[in-house]
Design a protein around this ligand. Structure first.
Ligand code: ATP
Ligand code: MG
Length: 470
């Protein structure tokens, strides 16, 4: 097909102009006319007025007698605003390219290609605005998660706060160990928002929430075509957390293959998205958490020993709520204020008898359970103070009876009490303690309690609901 070059140039969406050595404009396509809002006849053959950048390079090269390379001029880009005839401001980017005369060994022309980048510019401005907004929101989030959000005055919680505050500013990997609901994620966030990474994302990954096949793509991301259905590449949590903190929750649930890859991330700060052979740098701080004891798992070969040591560089143990009863009252007070505010209520406090029951309850679900109980109480409570009758039945029923020598003969058996449930709870607490002491070795625990293995097994299976609560 024959075509007319001028027609082609006039159909181009980008503005194209050519300036000769004597600065005369020799080509000015239709898109240029639109962008500059001038007609070709008015400017063609006239000295070009917008070549200051290019002129400099041209003259310098001419002075030094050398050739101006493509790269030198090609790299010349300029961005400016042109007043469009529609009255709108148009952002353009011009790229200059020299056209060389091989025979004369000099630049004969310079071509400029002008692109309308208004949309890009608007997107860049929007991105900047969003980034500022995200920064502001992170700042607000940060104040929500500073150390003062961790309520408690007991020795153990003060120790947790001290350890967390001391390590926050470092890049050290932190391992949080504690029963479910003790506040591991809360502490992890406080560490992040008090570190120099606070302006970057805090990204949590619950290792137990994904099947083996998915966890690696969640963590490392994947390239387009890495597997059937991978139509686009997708960043993993490590890329999303870049510059920030990756919170690996329930680390014990990782498969051996994932454990090996995480070890590499911690040791070499490197990983590969699925389907890629190009290693990427991982700029993340890792905070891990587990509600299981890791040592017995290492002994059984279920958790890599080398990863265990990498994670346990800085362990912080958060004790269960029942081991820090001094925290109960400040926590209840904190929750009263919080829910009063959220629900626009004015509940003043807890009646002493009800408080006594709450204090004697075991809280197998720790602070999360306390939070749920308080929320329910405050929704249902009609009076100014929460009474015994408002409390959930199971809390009242499973109230600990003082069975030790300090038993107070004035203790009254509360309404709704069940001997059977209380004994079951008491038994399961002792079994739990024995298992802990024997590092989950069932034969040794049975021995310690003076039970045969089969009786011990029977009891564990009968009480499994209580035992699983912690
Ligand atoms: N010391 C505390 N002060 C105030 N709130 C707390 C405290 N500890 C825990 N909480 C609250 O209790 C709830 C449970 O805490 P979090 O999710 O951090 O527990 P977790 O240890 O991560 O539990 P799980 O192992 O089940 O994931 C959260 O709403 C948290 O804000
Ligand atoms: Mg958690």
């Amino acid at each position: 097909m024959n075509f007319n070059l001028n027609q082609v140039l006039d159909s181009a969406r980008d503005g194209i102009f050519i300036v000769a050595r004597d600065h005369r404009l020799v080509l000015f396509n239709h898109a240029c006319e639109e962008l500059y809002n001038v007609s070709r006849e008015d400017v063609i053959d006239k000295a070009c007025w917008k070549l200051s950048d290019f002129e400099k390079s041209w003259n310098e090269a001419a002075r030094s007698g050398g050739r101006v390379t493509y790269g030198e001029l090609g790299a010349k880009k300029e961005r400016m605003i042109l007043p469009h005839k529609s009255g709108k401001q148009v952002w353009v980017e011009t790229i200059y390219t020299p056209i060389f005369d091989e025979q004369k060994n000099e630049i004969a022309y310079v071509m400029g290609v002008i692109k309308d980048i208004t949309e890009l510019k608007v997107m860049e401005q929007e991105k900047e605005r969003l980034q500022q907004e995200i920064g502001k929101m992170r700042g607000e989030l940060g104040s929500q998660y500073d150390f003062s959000s961790i309520v408690g005055r007991s020795g153990p919680i003060m120790q947790v706060l001290k350890l967390a505050a001391e390590v926050a500013q470092e890049n050290t990997t932190v391992m949080l160990v504690g029963e479910s609901g003790t506040g591991k994620e809360l502490v992890a966030k406080a560490i992040h928002y008090n570190s120099h990474r606070a302006g970057k994302p805090f990204v949590a990954l619950n290792c137990s929430a994904f099947p083996e096949t998915l966890i690696e793509s969640e963590l490392f991301g994947y390239e387009k075509g890495a597997f059937t259905g991978a139509e686009k590449s997708k960043p993993g949590k490590i890329q999303i957390a870049s510059g920030g903190t990756l919170f690996l929750d329930e680390v014990t649930e990782m498969t051996p293959a994932t454990q090996a890859k995480i070890l590499r991330v911690i040791q070499e700060r490197e990983f590969e998205p699925l389907g890629s052979v190009k290693p990427q740098q991982a700029d993340i701080r890792i905070v891990a958490a587990s509600n299981k004891d890791l040592e017995p798992l290492v002994k059984k070969g279920l958790f890599r020993e080398d990863l265990f040591y990498r994670l346990f560089v800085y362990p912080i143990a958060i004790p269960p709520l029942r081991e820090r009863p001094e925290d109960l009252e400040p926590l209840i007070e904190h929750l009263l204020t919080k829910f009063n505010h959220q629900m626009a209520k004015r509940i003043q406090g807890i009646a002493p008898a009800a408080m006594e029951i709450l204090k004697n309850y075991d809280w197998p679900g720790n602070v999360r359970e306390l939070q749920n109980v308080m929320e329910r109480l405050m929704i249902l409570s009609k009076g100014e103070a929460i009474q015994v009758d408002d409390l959930p039945r199971y809390v009242v029923e499973t109230m600990k009876l003082h069975t030790n020598s300090g038993h107070d003969s004035n203790d009254r058996i509360p309404a709704g009490f069940s001997l059977e449930r209380t004994v079951d709870q008491f038994e399961s607490r002792i079994i739990r303690q024995a298992l802990k002491q024997c590092e989950a070795n069932k034969s040794r625990a049975a021995n310690l309690l003076g039970l045969s293995r089969s009786t011990f097994r029977y009891k564990v299976s009968r009480l499994k609901n209580y035992l699983n609560q912690s």
